[in-house]
Design a protein around this ligand. Structure first.
Ligand code: FES
Length: 606
């Protein structure tokens, strides 16, 4: 036994640990508390523990590895974590799909590195107290004191003035003003921090961040469900609700604002801050969420040709919509691209660092609506496709959200069916990445044909009346006391979703006149995009088959983009530039789309 130890650095989680020479990467990950998925328990047969060597020396690939990994992967340094032994100090990259869901989600929301230029900045002012020999008004004494520090002619809204006397006295004539250009948006205790609130308003989920505007640091983050779900699952049903009920739009707006207020105060509790210190907010969402939040009409959004009421950036006092932040705080909403490509897509592009690029790049965010951008030879095209909620677990017999007990990884090796659930609990259903995996594995095992029909023989294929189903988890092993199974109808839902997305990609490529193999970078954003297994996505034909290193799974880039817009007004200029430059492609109006879609519906042959 060698006493030699080496340091192993696990990226992008950023953990380091000392391990004895000859330990495997999987051993190291376990020791370091990095949850590498090891479906087969380290036997070398599931291929789930793929990692990539960046620096240093590992043992030569074993036979198991050369059997399990494509040559191209091996050439790029990919290894099986359970097989590769550590022979020097090494740096290892763990791709998101090899991590369990909770750890993949931790990768999200990394702080953006943009130059700080927030819309609101502080000005610390010492105001002389009044006395019998100094009877100036509170406002006069404050503006005269501020004039010695700043050349700006300050302006005050009525609501700020209403608070002024109490604030000056409460803080003993020493205050910190938050200035938005020359407008005073908050009067704060001396030296107290300025915060901003960034929220990604999804149709289903909200992601909220409290950001220190002076450091750019994210002080707290929280997720919540969009309360509008009670009024309709998707954008169309929300628009219908707003149209058909008196005060419907107002109800949707106030429900959302209530939840945003709750999130803002919960974030403040987490960060030990006050909502009064939140002096600016950025809200990003799809066009329908944008219109419902701002109180713009949505009727025309639901009718062809689906034009937004406003696509320009908007900013207005937060209190106008009932947001309870600093008295004079503003809300900024970046511009929308089109009726179905909203400001959240613009934020996603900013978050992924894509404003313009000489490369050929696809960037997409998979959701109920999937927005896709293609950059090629200096041009930028975008489209939206109705991919449906199947990848969120909806409309699938045993579908569920990515929560404990959800099957997130599946491998079928002959008669052996291996699953991994979130939190390693008894299986209760399938989340999006699990469903994607099942379909890919069934395809690979030739148990479904290119039309999505279950066929062949396998002990887990069972007849249920006239239908055939694949039993993924037997009742006695499941957490729901019945078989967890996948039906043809489930497979078809996945087929429709992947057909729509792939057809969107292919149509943009056709419009730009470029072949898919020319794509230099393929960026997948969003929660599902972060935890899907790339191999499965390629196997079912959701994504084109490109060398793996061209793919980048970037997490909630829309949330990162929203934070960038919060801390930097330069980013707001970039958002404007994106929208001015983009060429929107309406798929419905595109001749080739139907035939591309029909073709994209079929699964590739195994
Ligand atoms: S854990 Fe490494 S191949 Fe299964």
């Amino acid at each position: 036994v060698s006493a030699e130890t080496f340091e192993i650095i696990l990226q992008p989680i950023g953990r380091r640990i000392e391990m004895p020479a000859g330990a495997t990467v999987l051993d190291a990950a376990r020791q370091a508390g990095v949850e590498l998925v090891a479906l087969c328990g380290g036997e070398g047969v599931c291929g789930a523990c793929r990692v990539r060597l960046i620096e240093g020396r590992l043992s030569d690939p074993t036979l198991t590895e050369t059997d399990n990994l494509p040559d191209e992967d091996l050439a790029h340094g990919y290894r099986l974590g359970c097989q590769a032994q550590i022979l020097s100090n090494v740096r290892i990259d763990i791709p998101p799909e090899s991590l369990t869901t909770p750890q993949r989600l931790q990768l999200e929301g990394q702080d953006a590195s943009v130059e700080l230029a927030p819309a609101a900045i502080p000005l610390e002012v010492a105001v002389p107290a009044p006395g019998l020999d100094d009877l100036r008004s509170d406002l006069t004494r404050l503006t005269e004191a501020a004039a010695k520090l700043s050349p700006l002619t300050l302006s005050f809204s009525r609501s700020i003035l209403a608070d002024l006397p109490a604030k000056l006295r409460a803080h003993n004539w020493q205050v910190r003003l938050a200035l938005r250009q020359n407008e005073v948006v908050a009067i704060l205790p001396p030296h107290s921090p300025l915060y901003g609130l960034a929220v990604d308003v999804g149709t289903t989920k909200l992601a909220a961040y409290l950001v220190n505007l002076e450091t750019g640091h994210t002080a707290a983050k929280l997720g919540a469900m969009n309360p509008q779900i009670a009024y309709g699952e998707d954008v169309i049903s929300r628009i219908t609700y707003a149209n058909e009920h008196a005060g419907g739009a107002l109800t949707l707006q106030s429900r959302l604002v209530e939840t945003l207020n709750q999130l803002a105060s919960d974030l403040c509790v987490q960060a030990n801050a006050q909502t009064d210190n939140i002096v600016e907010a950025v809200i990003v969402g799809n066009t329908a969420m944008h219109h419902l939040f701002t109180g713009l009409p949505v009727r025309q959004l639901g009718l062809a040709p689906y034009v937004p009421a406003v696509s320009e950036a908007m900013q207005f006092p937060a209190r106008e919509v009932g947001l309870q932040l600093a008295a004079g705080a503003y809300v900024y909403l970046p511009p929308n691209i089109a009726g179905y490509v909203g400001a959240d897509h613009v934020a996603m592009l900013l978050g992924a660092g894509l404003v313009e690029t000489p490369q050929t790049v696809i960037a997409l965010d998979i959701g109920t609506n999937t927005e896709i951008s293609l950059f090629h030879q200096g041009r930028h095209f975008s489209c939206s496709c109705a991919s449906g909620p199947a990848f969120e677990g909806a409309h699938i017999q045993f579908g569920m959200r990515a929560a404990p007990g959800a099957i997130e990884r599946v491998r079928i090796n002959g008669h052996d069916v291996q699953i991994h659930t979130i939190g390693d609990q008894a299986a209760v259903g399938l989340c999006g990445s699990g469903i994607l995996d099942v379909v890919a594995e069934l395809l690979h095992a030739r148990l479904i044909d290119t039309r999505g029909v279950l066929k062949g023989t396998h002990p887990r294929l069972k007849a249920n009346g006239s239908k055939t189903e694949f039993v993924l988890v037997l009742a006695e092993k499941s957490g729901v006391e019945r078989d967890i199974k996948v039906s043809r109808a489930d497979i078809n839902e996945i087929q429709l979703a992947k057909g729509a997305i792939r057809a969107g990609i292919e149509t943009l490529l056709a419009v730009a006149g470029v072949d898919d193999q020319a794509i230099d970078q393929f960026i997948v954003a969003g929660a599902f995009g972060t935890y899907l297994d790339l191999e499965s996505a390629i196997r079912i034909g959701l994504f084109p088959n490109l060398p793996r290193e061209r793919y980048r799974q970037v997490g909630n880039a829309a949330g990162s983009g929203a934070r960038q817009l919060l801390i930097s007004t330069h980013e707001r200029q970039l958002a404007k530039a994106i929208v001015q430059h983009v060429e929107y492609v309406e798929l419905a109006g595109h001749l080739a789309f139907t035939s591309v879609y029909v073709k994209a519906l079929a699964f590739p042959s195994a």
